[in-house]
Design a binder for this molecule. Structure first.
Ligand code: SF4
Length: 433
């Protein structure tokens, strides 16, 4: 009988890919089938995120629940960023946990499940050349890591402490993985890294890579079976002309750019150690729209960073008005351990931060209503990748809009022109044109 795995993944696309690596590694030794029911699982893994405080706080109550309902013989493991930063403390606070495996130590999963109280959270461990087994949750699109870790030290961010220094994966490994995934049916590839457009700056051992990110994109686009390429996250600081020109001119590269602003105030950007100014950000966004008028731009914004005045916040609002982002991931600042900002004085009180967040999100909802109403009766090429409830199938436009039409499995993995009949803020409903 095959064993059953309950795997809960929190956080970003990197974590989703790490979970796929975990499954692939387990399957090298013996087959595990995924289950949504922790009480029938032989192995329970929580792949955690520590970018914000809330999921970290929830972790221990969740472990308690899993321990109560699990099979007697089932093991519980904690992987990912919270594993990296809490380490052995997890055993102290939750003795039910059998192993703790950091975000940079995923390749050790089979060792972890076969040991008692296994702990590996070494952020210097280098998996950049490791050949993980093959497993993909969605056969129609493939996540592909192009780098691990991050060399930036943004004042609010815990990631460099959980994922270690930035190392690019050799381009030969990436190209082989891309060709294989595309041959197996993933016409859309999603390249992942903390700073994808800094690709090639340093390989394992310190050597510079042979290709930069623009050259890597061009090489991947030469693979016949690859029809679409996405990537996340690029850093605004590294958005040079070469990169923006390749982004705009290569038809296989999706016209959707994630540009994490964080703040619209140059003073706050300096305090955040982001390395660019408001003016640089606006000029790069303008250049993207000049080179590719159809491009959609999404962003991340933090409100209430220490020292943020009303004037600083209004500058963020003004960048939003000017760029008219198609999507914003916005949050109140929350102090993370090990970060520079955690020790900063001049904290913004919670009520002020909440008020600012509400103002930003309310105005953005209006902007989105205006943007989405322009989609009515327009036709877009959609790549279908997922069945939804109610007889719908969902896919995405090149600009990363989610589109739903009535249909079923026959549409999965196909490109179709869709006429938008009912544009909503987050989903565009339509019919095959
Ligand atoms: S670039 Fe900054 S925000 Fe992004 S992962 Fe690195 S330190 Fe964190």
């Amino acid at each position: 009988m095959t064993k059953k795995l309950f795997l809960k993944t929190l956080g970003c696309a990197m974590n989703v890919r790490d979970s796929e690596h975990i499954i692939a590694e387990l399957n090298r030794i013996e087959r595990y089938d995924l289950t949504q029911n922790e009480s029938e699982a032989d192995l329970i893994i929580i792949n955690t995120c520590s970018v914000r405080e809330k999921p970290v706080n929830k972790l221990f109550s969740e472990i308690g629940q899993f321990a109560k309902h699990k099979k007697k013989s089932a093991k519980i493991g904690v992987c990912g960023c919270t594993a990296s930063h809490l380490g052995a403390d997890i055993f102290k606070r939750a003795p039910e946990v059998s192993f703790v495996l950091g975000a940079r130590n995923v390749s050790k999963i089979t060792q972890a499940i076969n040991s008692e109280k296994f702990l590996d959270i070494n952020i210097d461990h280098d998996e950049s050349g490791y050949a993980f087994g093959e497993f993909r949750q969605n056969p129609y699109k493939a996540y592909i890591n192009i780098s691990i870790g991050c060399d930036k030290k943004c004042a609010f961010c815990i990631v460099p402490h959980t994922r270690g220094e930035e190392i690019s994966i050799p381009h030969e490994i990436i190209l082989k993985e891309a060709a294989k995934a595309a041959k197996n049916g993933a016409k859309e590839l999603f390249l992942l890294g903390q700073n994808v457009n800094n690709y090639g700056r340093r390989l394992s051992g310190g050597k510079k890579g042979e290709l930069n990110f623009s050259q890597l994109l061009t090489k991947i686009a030469e693979i016949d079976e690859v029809k679409r390429i996405r990537f996340t996250s690029p850093h605004p600081l590294h958005m040079d002309d070469e990169f923006l020109e390749v982004f705009a001119s290569n038809p296989k590269i999706c016209k959707s750019m994630h540009m994490p602003l964080q703040s619209g105030s140059t003073n706050i950007l300096k305090a955040m150690r982001r390395g660019y100014s408001k003016e640089w950000f606006l000029e790069r966004a303008k250049k993207i729209r000049q080179l590719s008028p159809i491009a959609a731009i999404s962003t991340d914004i933090i409100v209430g960073f220490p020292g943020e005045s009303e004037k600083d916040f209004e500058e963020t609002m003004s960048v939003m008005e000017e760029v008219r982002f198609e999507q914003i991931f916005s949050f109140k600042y929350s102090a993370r351990p090990l970060t520079l900002a955690a020790a900063m004085r001049d904290k913004v009180d919670i009520a002020t931060a909440a008020k600012r967040l509400l103002k930003l999100q309310t105005r953005h909802a209006q902007i989105l209503d205006e943007i989405s109403s322009d989609y009515l009766e327009t036709v877009h090429e959609v790549y279908f990748e997922e069945i939804r409830d109610g007889g719908f199938v969902a896919g995405r436009t090149s600009q990363n809009n989610a589109v739903c039409v009535k249909g079923g499995e026959e549409l999965l993995g196909t490109f179709q022109n869709v006429k938008i009949t009912q544009p909503q803020r987050l989903i565009l409903y339509g019919q095959i044109a």
